[in-house]
Ligand binder design. Structure first.
Ligand SMILES: [Zn+2]
Length: 240
C-alpha cells in the first residue's frame, strides 16, 4: 500500500514535469526567435524571375536556414517557366506581381497598363492557386493610376528601401554591403538570374543575423515609407 502510493506520487511528479516541459517548449522557441530577431525584420525580394537560376537561389535560401523571401515575377517569365513559379511557392516564399512584360507602366495607355497587372495575377493564380497580394512596378516607376490598378486587383504596392544595384555588374561583396544598409522594417531589392547575387545570399543572411535582423514577409504599413525623395509607399517587413 505504502509502496503503491509512493509510486503514484512519483508518477504524478513525472507527469507534471512532462506537462510543464510541453507547456514550456513553444514559449522557449518563441523567446529564442525573439532573442535572435531582437533587431527586427527585413524583407528580401527578388525581381525579374523566374529564370534558369531560380532553383539555385531556392537551394541557397534553404541552406541559409530556410530563409523565405518575396519574389516579384513577371507574367511572361512565369508563363515560360511554370515550374519555377511553382517551386518558389512550394518552398513557402511569397510571390508578387511585377507586370507581364516589364514595361514602364506610367507610359502606357490605361487599358494596356491594367492588362499588364491583371494578366500576371491570372498566371500566378493559375500556377500556384493564389493571386498575388503584392505588386512592384518595373523600375519603381509608378503613379496614382498604377496604384489604383494594383488596388483593384487586391494588391499593395511595394517599392524598396535598400537598392543593391545587383544588376549593374558589381561584385558580390558590394551587393552584400548594399543589402546591409537596410534598417529594421526595410525591404532589400535583389534580382533573380545573377551569379553574383546567388553568391551574396548566404552572406546577406549572415550579416543580417549579426545585427539581430531576421528575414520577414511584407505587410501593409499604415505610415508611408520613403523609397526616395518624392516617392512613398505603404509596405514594411514583419515576422512571417
Ligand atoms: Zn524588374
Amino acid at each position: 500500500m505504502k509502496k503503491r502510493s509512493r509510486s503514484r506520487i512519483w508518477l504524478g511528479a513525472a507527469l507534471a514535469a512532462l506537462m510543464s516541459s510541453f507547456a514550456l517548449a513553444p514559449g522557449t522557441a518563441q523567446a529564442d526567435s525573439e532573442r535572435r530577431c531582437s533587431g527586427g525584420y527585413v524583407a528580401i525580394t527578388f525581381d525579374d524571375g523566374p529564370t534558369e537560376t531560380t532553383d539555385e537561389y531556392l537551394e541557397a535560401l534553404r541552406e541559409a536556414g530556410r530563409v523565405r523571401a518575396t519574389w516579384f515575377v513577371t507574367g511572361s517569365l512565369a508563363q515560360a517557366r511554370p515550374e519555377g513559379t511553382r517551386r518558389i511557392a512550394a518552398d513557402g516564399h511569397e510571390i508578387g506581381n511585377h507586370s507581364y512584360t516589364h514595361p514602364d507602366l506610367v507610359r502606357l495607355d490605361a487599358a494596356t497598363a491594367f492588362a499588364e497587372l491583371r494578366d500576371t495575377s491570372r498566371v500566378v493564380r493559375a500556377q500556384t492557386g493564389r493571386a498575388p497580394k503584392l505588386f512592384r512596378p518595373p523600375f519603381g516607376s509608378t503613379d496614382a493610376r498604377t496604384r489604383q490598378d494594383a488596388a483593384r486587383l487586391g494588391m499593395t504596392e511595394v517599392i524598396w528601401t535598400a537598392d543593391t544595384v545587383d544588376w549593374s555588374g558589381i561584385p558580390a561583396e558590394t551587393v552584400v554591403a548594399n543589402a546591409l544598409t537596410v534598417r529594421a522594417g526595410g525591404i532589400i531589392l535583389l534580382h533573380d538570374g545573377l551569379r553574383t547575387t546567388l553568391e551574396a545570399i548566404p552572406k546577406i543572411v549572415e550579416g543580417l543575423a549579426e545585427r539581430g535582423l531576421c528575414p520577414g514577409r511584407i505587410v501593409r504599413s499604415a505610415t508611408p515609407v520613403e523609397a526616395w525623395p518624392g516617392l512613398t509607399f505603404h509596405a514594411r517587413a514583419a515576422r512571417w
